[in-house]
Design a protein. Structure first.
Length: 108
């Protein structure tokens, strides 16, 4: 895995998203209520809205503007108005470092 350090695990608050960029790719990094870290594309597919400004609930990230919720594990939209998925990236935790590989996308 050719991963890039994006933040410290301790920088991530539970049930919140943080926007990072890896080689110009905007990514929403989320630490869920189970302390699992997810990385999905930060741009809502319904509009050019940053998902990291949205709301985390369970295993979803909801766009604050129009309410589309995306699965943190698959990137698939679970509610309208979005109908296209966002990419989901590979995450590795190494000590306190959160690493993301934008070249390894999980299947939607």
């Amino acid at each position: 895995m050719t991963a890039t350090r994006v933040c410290a695990f301790s920088d991530l608050e539970q049930d919140t998203a943080m926007r990072v960029e890896v080689n110009g790719v905007p990514i929403a990094v989320v630490r869920d209520s189970n302390d699992e870290v997810h990385a999905i594309g930060d741009t809502c597919t319904h509009g050019d809205i940053s998902l990291s400004e949205g709301f985390v609930e369970g295993d979803t990230l909801e766009c604050w503007a129009h309410g589309s919720a995306f699965s943190l594990t698959t990137g698939k939209p679970l509610t309208l108005p979005a109908f296209e998925p966002v990419p989901v990236y590979a995450v590795e935790i190494d000590g306190d470092d959160v690493l993301i590989d934008i070249n390894v996308k999980k299947e939607n």
